[in-house]
Design a binder for this molecule. Structure first.
Ligand SMILES: [Zn+2]
Length: 637
């Protein structure tokens, strides 16, 4: 077990197999992730500020402080949480690359939030004031504690980047208020939307205050005991159907399920509750095996934003909310720290690159809320100046009436480097690849190294040592589950420990370890129990899921009327391409028939693009799962 002595990490368990690195220990230096973090800092943060100012969500705090808000609240009742996620993003960004301009913007926004805190610590702009519903009068759907959780996470980000200032004080007063209201002598209740659990556990870790951990534990234990009144949906919707430790899979609203599981694991780890930790691992395992899209996205119901049944994974109705992908990364990260098992890092990679990164537009100023895997119609271009409904437009929208995803993307990208690597007393583990540098202290001294790669578009990763102790050190590199015949080049012996390839030795400055992964395209078939994808295949290349977009087909072709020949997939300098055939479908008055044969109307060589990059060239149809062309079936047989 390694002690949690690092500073600026979003998750810092009281004990863990792997130690997370802090913002001061790992820094992205450029390349793929450097571009993402730069766009986030230069475009997305300001975009979020602009929109929330413009539509009055930030102004809610001013009116609450002035006592004039009443029924004049702008936006749905939980928009406070968007300000808090933006503050969290700003805090991580300031920890990563402080500028005076951003610091001033951050402090000004914090001051407006702090001014709205009431005498007893309560802080919400939708409840409790004259003309508003009473506090805690709608725990099912009011999202009060959900908002508090995001405020607390924002405060933790500020604390962990070295500042015990205003927001941390606000968060402590709020958490103390919650202890009175919901602690052992308070009401036996939970919030309809989990989030408070993991935030209180982390605030406890950051401040040493054990009451916050105990309150998190109470919220986890009360869940599943029927304290919430089901309304439109069954208790499963907010995971109130059975206790967390009795559940065997993820179910109900996907973001809620994954935030709850993250908080439950935090509590389990810090209270040494092995049964609870095992329950969360079982839920992860079963949901990944049967309820997860190839992109790592989750949630196959639009109506309740929920997980479907096992193998219920329709591509064209995928909900796959961006926030659920982010929540999945948060849970997998906690499980990786807890167990050291690289299967969790594999899912983080898949989900980050193929679900979370599909959300922001290239310029960082428009987002997908839902992430379909099959777009049937080119659809409409959203108005850049209007709010969009969450799953309405076919292109990314600048802002939504419920806009949880953009700020969630912002805080994730501002801290993404913190999910790349971990340390133990005698070594370092590289879980994700990009251009970054690490400078940390191991038991026997300082270790500094830098990683360079063209990943995820290329497969060569070079780790160069800058400083190392004079005693043996172990550098671990994750071999992705998809990789075949990885090649490692190093002057030291490499041994496999699970899917971690460990190179151990006394390293000298300038010495390099090279990992080479083959990026040949791979054909992937769905489990036959996934009815919605039966008779199709997908193409993956390296860590990326690929897609066909109608822009890469002849004019007038739609992805809905193609089949593809898997045997023709090839990768060249211009990317990956495949033979696709257009079906000749005569107009009929009944879409069912007694013969299975289809006629063709020509074929072309079609380019495939990374799924995350789709819809950056205007309205298009798109699909990831390609119907198998009859010829490839014959060849298989
Ligand atoms: Zn969302």
């Amino acid at each position: 077990m390694s002690s949690a002595n690092s500073n600026g990490a979003p998750v810092r368990p009281r004990s863990s197999v792997l130690r997370p690195l802090g913002q001061e220990e790992i820094r992205v230096t450029g390349g793929f992730w450097g571009g993402k973090q730069r766009t986030n800092a230069e475009a997305t943060l300001g975009h979020c500020e602009y929109w929330m100012e413009r539509i009055g969500w930030t102004g809610n705090f001013d009116r609450a402080a002035a006592g004039t808000i009443g029924g004049d609240h702008a936006g749905i009742e939980f928009v406070d949480s968007e300000i808090y996620k933006l503050l969290e993003a700003m805090a991580w960004e300031l920890g990563r690359n402080r500028t005076e301009d951003l610091e001033q913007r951050y402090l000004a926004l914090v001051a407006r939030v702090a001014a709205a805190q009431e005498q007893d610590g309560y802080l919400h702009t939708s409840f409790g004031r004259r003309g508003q519903p009473p506090r805690y009068s709608n725990l099912e759907f009011g999202h009060e504690l959900y908002c508090f959780g995001h405020l607390i996470q924002a405060a933790v980000a500020r604390l962990r980047t070295g500042h015990d200032d205003t927001l941390a004080q606000v968060a402590r007063r709020l958490a103390d208020h919650l202890w009175v209201e919901f602690g052992p002598d308070g009401r036996n209740a939970v919030c309809g939307h989990p989030e408070i659990e993991m935030s209180l556990a982390e605030l406890s870790r950051a401040t040493g205050e054990l009451r916050y951990l105990e309150l998190a534990r109470l919220f986890v234990e009360r869940r599943g005991t029927g304290t919430l009144r089901p309304a439109a949906f069954a208790p499963e919707y907010f995971q109130d159907d059975i206790p967390v430790r009795d559940a065997t899979t993820m179910r109900g609203h996907a973001v809620r399920a994954l935030y709850l599981a993250s908080g439950a694991l935090d509590v389990a780890v810090d209270t040494a509750d092995l049964g609870l930790a095992e329950a969360v691992q079982t839920q992860w395992t079963n949901a990944v095996a049967r309820r997860t899209y190839i992109t790592g996205g989750v949630g196959s119901h639009h109506q309740d934003e929920a997980y479907g049944d096992d193998y219920e994974l329709p591509a064209d109705r995928a909900y796959s909310e961006t926030c659920a992908g982010i929540a999945s990364v948060m849970l997998s990260w906690r499980l990786l720290l807890h167990t050291g098992d690289e299967k969790y890092a594999d899912l983080i990679e898949r989900t980050l690159l193929n679900n979370v990164l599909a959300s922001p537009r290239e310029d960082g100023q428009a987002f997908y809320y839902t992430n379909t895997l099959h777009q049937r119609t080119p659809g409409s271009v959203p108005d850049e100046h209007e709010l969009s409904h969450r799953a309405e437009s076919s292109l990314r929208a600048p802002w939504f009436e419920v806009s949880c995803c953009p700020t969630n993307v912002a805080r994730t990208l501002a801290s993404i480097n913190l999910y790349f690597a971990t340390a133990t007393g005698t070594g370092i583990q590289l879980h994700q690849y990009g251009d970054y540098e690490i400078h940390t202290t191991l038991d026997d001294g300082e270790l500094a190294l830098h990683v360079g790669t063209d990943y995820p578009h290329g497969g060569r990763i070079t780790v160069t040592i800058d400083t190392a102790p004079t005693t043996p050190v172990t550098i671990g590199l994750r071999i992705p589950a998809w990789a075949r015949n990885p090649r490692i080049v190093s002057g030291h012996a490499a041994t496999e420990r699970g899917r971690l390839l460990e190179v151990t030795g006394i390293f000298h400055p300038g010495e390099a370890i090279r990992l080479e992964l083959s990026l040949e395209p791979r054909i992937v078939f769905p489990d036959p129990r996934i009815d919605a994808s039966r008779g199709t295949f997908a193409i993956e290349r390296g860590p990326l899921v690929l897609a066909v977009e109608s822009i890469d087909l002849p004019t007038g072709w739609s992805v809905n009327e193609i089949t593809a020949d898997a045997s023709t997939i090839a990768a060249g300098p211009d990317g990956t391409s495949i033979d696709v055939y257009r079906l000749a479908e005569p107009e009929t008055d009944w879409p069912y028939r007694t013969s299975a044969g289809v006629a063709e109307a020509g074929h072309v060589r079609a380019r495939m693009i990374p799924y995350y990059a789709w819809a950056n060239r205007g309205p298009a149809t798109m699909r990831t799962w390609l119907p198998i062309h009859p010829r490839s079936e014959e060849q298989d047989a």
